[in-house]
Each structure stands twice: as C-alpha cells, then as structure tokens.
Write a protein that binds this ligand. Sequence first.
Ligand SMILES: Nc1nc2c(ncn2[C@@H]2O[C@H](COP(=O)(O)OP(=O)(O)OP(=O)(O)O)[C@@H](O)[C@H]2O)c(=O)[nH]1
Ligand SMILES: [Mg+2]
Ligand SMILES: [Zn+2]
Length: 336
Amino acid sequence: MRRYGKNTDEDDIRQRPNRKGNRPRTNIRPKHEDAAEGMVLTVDRGRLTVLIDDVPVTAMKARELGRKAAVVGDRVSVVGDLSGKKDTLARIVRIEPRTSVLRRTADDDDPYERVVVANADQLAVVTALADPEPRPRMIDRCLVAAYDGGLSPLLVLTKSDLADAAKILDLYGDLDIPYVVTSREELENGTAVARVREQLDGKITAFVGHSGVGKTTLVNALVPDDRRRSTGHVNAVTGRGRHTTTSALALPLSGDAGWVIDTPGVRSFGLHHVDPSRVIHAFPDLEPGTENCPRACSHDEPDCALDAWVAEGHADPARLYSLRRLLATRERREGD
Ligand SMILES: Nc1nc2c(ncn2[C@@H]2O[C@H](COP(=O)(O)OP(=O)(O)OP(=O)(O)O)[C@@H](O)[C@H]2O)c(=O)[nH]1
Ligand SMILES: [Mg+2]
Ligand SMILES: [Zn+2]
C-alpha cells in the first residue's frame, strides 16, 4: 500500500497554519507522515470501514476535513490506530481525488445531491424482468447518471425465470451497452456467476436499482460468505419480512479481480445535478442523429433532426420518447 510522506494539498495549508513561527510557509510541508491509504468499504452513521493493507479499520472523519464527506469507494488517508482491533478508531485526514462520482438526488426537484459511490468504473443498472416490473425510465435515468459521473454502464436483467428479457432487450440490446441476464436457477447453480464475472473482472462496479430487483442476491452469489461477514454489514428486515439493504457496501471479488458495491434500493434516480446538454450522451443510439440538428438544439423542437433519424429507422422511437421525457423533466426545473 502506498504511504504518504511529502504529499500535501491546499487544504493542508489552510487547515494547518505554520506552527514553527520562524519557518516560512511552504506548500511542501509534510503532513500526517504516518498516514496510510485505503478504500472506504462502508459508512454507518459517521463510522467508516476503511480497508488498509487488507485490514478493515474503523475510522471517522477528522475535523480538518470539514463538511467534505467520504463515501464508499473513496480512497482516503488514515492516521491513528490502524490495527483493526475492536474498539479502535482511526481518523481520516484526507480524501484523495475521485476518478468517478455517482450522484443522485432523491427526485428532480431536490437540490440536495448525494454522492452514492466514488471511484467506480462501472455502473450495473439492475432491473428485474418482473417483481418489481421493469421501468425503462429508471434505466434511462441510471444511464444518464452513469455517463454524467464518468462510469460505464452495464445492464443486469434479473429474474428471467419470472419473465422474458426480450422486451427490454429490444429497447437496449442494440446499444453499445453490455448486458447480462440472470435467473434464480442460474444463480444457484453458478452459471450466472461466471457470466456476470466476465463483465466485472478488473473493475469496480456499483450495483443500483429499485428495491427488490435482486442486487444483494447477485452480490451474495458473487462474493464468498466470509468476506461479507468480516465487514459487519447491516441489513434491515422490511414489513414484508424481506431483507433490504440499508447502506452501500464494497466487497472484493475473489482473486483480487475487482470490487462490487451493493447499494440500497432507490425509488427514483433524481437528476437535478446533471447538465442537460450531457443527457444526450446516455443515448448513444441517438447521438449520431444530432449531427444535423440546429445549433444549441434542445432536441425537443420542430427542427430537431432526431425525428427524421428515428423515422429513417436508425433508432427506436421509444428511445427518442425516453430522451425527450428526460429533457422535459430537466426543462421543467430550469425556471425554478
Ligand atoms: N424469482 C427470482 N427471485 C429473485 C431473483 N433474484 C433475487 N430474487 C428475490 O428477490 C427478492 C429481493 O432480492 P434482493 O437481492 O434482496 O433485492 P435488492 O435489490 O438487494 O433489494 P434492496 O436491498 O431492498 O434494494 C428476494 O426475495 C430474492 O430471493 C431471481 O433471479 N429470480
Ligand atoms: Mg439489497
Ligand atoms: Zn436536436
């Protein structure tokens, strides 16, 4: 694991004024020389589990971090007791720059943006083919959040034992988005795991989707039991007797082949934070059709070239409908 010696950042200078009066201020001030870097595995009411040199260490944010919150997937620098022993509490002194940020707002009118996961390479958008019914709008929204945050999407269609995947694959199968279809039986006999692993190996993948689509079931099938237990993960039992995930949790794939991050189910994926001009990136099937659009086209106006693009059969009209529904959601918000 990389250890930090002379690394500092602007915050360090502000937070740690020069204590030795006769020394000039410098931006190469060594700080927290004993800090070790690790990855945040889970966050539970201000207590974070950070994996440092294969040891899960309980830590909390140091005051000097201010309001900056560390989330699952964050690379953080930690000082203090790193033994991982019971009742020890280390301090997180620095959050390293993020390579990707998955954000959501509770809904589109909610200005409060949550960072769900940091540094994930891939967003697995998990959709059940039945129970609960698939909602393409939710898939589109997750795709938007993925493209916006710098994650590449993966479609995971679960419960193919209950309903056929053809309808959803008709809408998404032609896109450049990789997908896997799983069923209960395939999860139990291991064939699904091999197929899903092909899409996960070497990557950090965050699993998102509605509650009950099977995210945790899939993650459990992917990760050996003992790995889960060592993290002391919390699940709540719902009124219907089902276990629902209450906090995000990162788990290692066997063979050091990457990470999977289970997250709590969400009702919707608010996109308040997304720049509307980037929404089109979530529709790679439509994007080439915008070449003939007027400048600064809203893609929802009479001269928009996308109508012709779809009419010529280059893309599914349902996809254009979906794009415009998203854009309309964004526009309604614009005025307030
Ligand atoms: N028939 C069938 N049921 C499944 C399949 N995968 C999961 N389930 C069931 O679906 C229910 C919900 O699964 P979970 O894995 O808890 O769903 P989740 O997405 O983690 O839900 P939250 O944690 O609430 O977000 C459980 O009763 C699972 O047994 C599948 O492939 N087929
Ligand atoms: Mg779950
Ligand atoms: Zn247009």
